[in-house]
Design a binder for this molecule. Structure first.
Ligand SMILES: Nc1ncnc2c1ncn2[C@@H]1O[C@H](COP(=O)(O)OP(=O)(O)OP(=O)(O)O)[C@@H](O)[C@H]1O
Ligand SMILES: [Mg+2]
Length: 398
């Protein structure tokens, strides 16, 4: 197992969580569920789903595709990516080739701008056949074919909310309509073609958070929720032991070191364990505490920056500001703050409407807890990761 930093891991580098993989596969195969994978940031969602896809492919007549749609700017790019992945898995080459050529032509003909309002309804100019006229219909013809065939196909869509945010922000009026239409269409596809197609949706911004912030839960309420958390202390210990064995001769991490690492990170994310391990591996003389401190140096900000960037990307400006205020207060005490303290700091302006701010605090605390920033203990909300708490303290408050 290599000490891979940042990117999702596959194969030998994946620290197996067999029960979780088995439970997920059983939900998908035996209970025919479509899954919404809910987990805090950086917990290992993408790595887990890639493993689930690997396992899925081991069964007879089973294909799995993994699609990261983060880079996609619109529905046409999504369709292009999807068909490309389906083609590579050698599914029904005839219809995939046809869909692919229609989409490629459409990209040349309509470019990116003119799809702005029509979304999946965009006319692709395939007048010859009515069921290939629009982008949505071309994709639907593919799903229909798969559903009538013999192969069981798992489609994992990663970073769905990223695409939804791009669509949402494309136009003040048409953007939200486009998001609803896209989610509506996806829901119809899941429900109509459900014999041979299973779906998993995941993302570093939770789709459930996105849906509740935009009041569109009804468009994803057919999913079964599967939640994933960081390692248990036992898993974390075994994980560090395995890493230690892989770098035998270069580093010795004994049981006391492992216990100390797990105590210091507070919340055993594989990502944070990898980071501490890297520090120990490269600077062999460092103690665990020194490695912890070293990671918080300015040159390593990149490791933690996505946690603050995601807040800006995910929330409206006033909500992002309120989140930052909440986090900047919570980071100052390992035991965090209670709601009244957040209310006090968010209602300092004389014009503040207390009722509205109370509602905002409850909503944002919920989001911050689900995304793994905070954890509620009794009436207080504290940083879940001690590393992130220290980072926040050093970089977000004077
Ligand atoms: N089971 C695992 N075995 C080994 N490393 C893991 C495992 N799970 C996660 N990691 C490590 O944690 C980091 C984050 O993993 P991954 O990208 O899968 O998480 P994620 O939840 O999809 O993150 P994001 O919320 O940013 O999308 C990676 O660098 C990966 O190396
Ligand atoms: Mg991911």
């Amino acid at each position: 197992m290599r000490n891979i930093i940042g990117t999702p891991v596959e194969g030998e580098d994946f620290f197996d969580r067999p029960q979780i993989v088995a439970n997920l596969l059983s939900e998908l195969r035996d209970n025919q569920a479509n899954i919404l994978l809910i987990a805090p940031r950086r917990v290992g969602k993408t790595s887990l789903i890639k493993r689930v896809c690997e396992e899925w492919r081991k069964e007879q007549q089973s294909k799995a595709i993994y699609l990261n749609i983060e880079g996609g700017s619109d529905e046409l790019a999504f369709a292009d990516n999807l068909i490309d992945k389906l083609m590579r898995s050698n599914l029904y080459p005839e219809i995939m080739t046809l869909a692919n050529s229609i989409i490629k032509n459409a990209q040349k003909l309509i470019g990116l701008k003119s799809i702005k309002y029509e979304g999946l309804e965009v006319d692709l100019g395939e007048a010859s056949k009515d069921d290939l006229r629009t982008l949505g219909k071309v994709l639907e013809s593919v799903f229909r074919k798969i559903d009538e065939g013999n192969d069981h196909v798992l489609i994992a869509l990663d970073e769905v909310p990223e695409l939804l945010l791009t669509l949402m922000r494309s136009d003040e009026i048409a953007g939200p309509k486009r998001v609803v239409a896209f989610l509506h269409w996806l829901r119809a596809m899941r429900q109509t073609y459900r014999h041979k197609i299973r779906w998993v949706f995941l993302g570093s911004i939770g789709l459930d958070n996105f849906a509740s912030n935009h009041n569109i839960h009804y468009l994803i309420n057919d999913f079964q929720i599967f939640s994933l958390d960081a390692f248990t202390p036992e898993e974390a210990d075994e994980f560090l032991q395995k890493l230690g064995e892989s770098y035998k001769g270069e580093i010795t991490i004994d049981s006391a070191d492992r216990t100390e690492i797990i105590r210091r990170v507070g919340w055993p994310l594989a990502y944070h364990l990898h980071l501490i391990f890297k520090e120990l591996l490269y600077s062999k003389t460092l103690s665990v505490n020194e490695a912890f401190d070293s990671l918080l140096k300015p040159q390593y900000q990149l490791y933690f920056k996505p946690w603050s960037e995601r807040i800006v990307a995910q929330f409206s400006k006033p909500d992002a500001e309120a989140c930052n205020t909440i986090l900047s207060h919570a980071c100052q005490d390992p035991d965090g703050c209670d709601r009244r303290q957040f209310l006090a700091v968010l209602t300092t302006k004389p014009t503040a409407d207390v009722k509205i701010i109370e509602e905002q605090i409850l909503r944002l605390l919920n989001d911050l807890e689900r995304d793994g920033y905070l954890i509620q203990k009794d009436s207080r909300y504290a940083f879940r990761s001690f590393l992130l708490r220290e980072y926040w303290k050093r970089n977000h408050i004077l």
